[in-house]
Design a protein around this ligand. Sequence first.
Ligand code: GCV
Length: 678
Amino acid sequence: MILSAAIIRAEDGSKLWLRYVSTKTITILCDTNSPTLAIARNELEKGWDGEAGTTIALTIKEDKTIAGDGFRLSENSIQANTELGILYGVFELLRRQQTGQTIEEEISNPSYEFRILDHWDNPDGSIERGYAGHSIFWHDGQAGLAVTENDKILWEEYARANASIGINGAVLNNVNASPLMLTREYLERVKAITEVLRPYGIRTYLSIKFSAPSLIGGLKTSDPLNPEVIQWWQTKVKEIYSLISDFGGFLVKANSEGQPGPQNFGRTHADGANMLADALMPFGGIVMWRAFVYSPSNEDRAKQAYMEFMPLDGQFRNNVIIQIKNGPVDFQPREPFSPLFCAMKKTSVMPELQITQEYLGQSVHLVFLSTMWEEFLQSDTYQEGPGSIVAHCTDGSIFLQKYTAIAGVSNIGLDTNWCGHHFAQANWYAFGRLAWNNTLTSEKIADEWLKLTFGQIASGQTEAANFSTDWTEHFLVPVKQMMLDSREAAVNYMMPLGLHHIFAGNHHYGPGPWYAPKGLRPDWTPPYYHRADTKGIGFDRTKTGSNAVSQYHEPLCSEFNDVNTCPEIYLLWFHHLPWDYKMKSGRSLWDELCYHYDAGLKQVRQFQKIWDATKPYVDPGRFADVQNKLRNQNQNVQIWKDACLLYFQQFSQRPVPEDIEPPVNNLKDLMRNDIRRP
Ligand code: GCV
């Protein structure tokens, strides 16, 4: 049966994956009450999709097999150690019902204790690398500090969405932090936000500016070993906890991209982090100290974080967690995992993922990031023998960490659909689901998200689990496959075979392999990374090159070092190779590059066709939005292909293979226009 568009409810994406409206009755047994449990009850009543008239028991009872805010789930009972465990159990139960999954007695424990969204939001409401409108927390600086009813409604919707996928923390401001955030007026607003978020289990954190003692405290220095500075931070932390008793702690970007840090005073990252950790320790707060640093040396950019942090292993307090981006450079479409994972054996570390698609087409391209994160979490570091995958190096199963955590840089803004692109919601969803269970497959996550977000399509139809064969065959299966292929497509059309950071300057949207203004740090320019010349292309990170391979544990070090064993997906990350280098396919490296760019473009054209065919199954608003985005994506992917092939062809001096479409743009025009987001 094909449903006609006329009976499909209009939707704008504002409800995310929480679109349930149930008419079935349910009796809830629960002998305690609290704001969190009231939310749990309310969700059950709103969304119950099991048998009508069921009685369900919510029980808080100490159970050693349940960890933290985990829960025991069965068809008609949820048991947990904490109220939040009950709430998470409720959301899981409803998700199972709405996606048609079975519910057997089982325990679900979170992989990480802290599952945090990092918002790069500024006091004026702008968002660094935000592509979905202005901040939901801040606007107009000082003038926008009054809390309105609308603010509260929005914050509650945000909290509910996060709780439904297990996220339990939010860093409310940009890591390029304004010192203003620590002033009383701003802290009052943080307090107000926290009060709305608290019943949903979301703790709040702040990014701090390391030089705040001098900038807003009137001190002559911000040296972390100076007694007055130490005192200033202790007093500030006390003030924060007097307002927000469950405040989570600080996130710090220090000595990176112009941000001040302990090195400005001749101190180490450990000196800086420990000083803050000592101030937070009595209140149970943590410091998330970022490893995204630039050393003053000329060393290979990919080696710098490891070089700065490895010598400090074991020197951090146990309430410090080193927050490490998934790859050694910067959230590229594909990077090998950062070698710091599992190498720091005496320090707590946490992964930092980027949900906002700074380098993956922003809110224009449809790119499901879950497959990238899955690849990262499943990467074997070999540090503690085979099977030392990143997931287990960070979730406490290999090393005893006092705290375990994972962070994702948020893609949320004031846009009606929260994320700018309807499919970008899937990345927020996937982050939460992986933070709760770091072994989930992307296939399962996409399946759930599609059913929750695009299921229940006929008006009046409330039984979401009742997915028709027709819907499954014509919507779910092809669209899921499109999502699962979308990241590899982006790698193909942006930077295949290990190429990285060949974006146009600043906006990081379109291609800019030529971008190298005079005076700019070389490691902020694409030629530094691709190193194309008439002899070949790629960054030599072998033992005879920058020797970045040595930061990886054997057998990876040798595997990456040897061009014959280096996986082709990382080939040009680790090797500079001649244009006629023979690939496994038998083609030359140049031809292979051409085929990858062409394949990426063809994949996106195919995505357009897949989406166009879903028209009868999607409400007109969301259908048209995604269709428009795919059109823009397609145009821009053509530019990616043409720009990269024509630019590199100047060096390779080889023809584009005859069986692929030749470029349709001219390099000069492309270089002059330097595409921005449509
Ligand atoms: C918040 C990249 C981004 C910056 C970002 C930085 C970071 O360089 O382009 O906008 O700054 O990473 O993660 O600190």
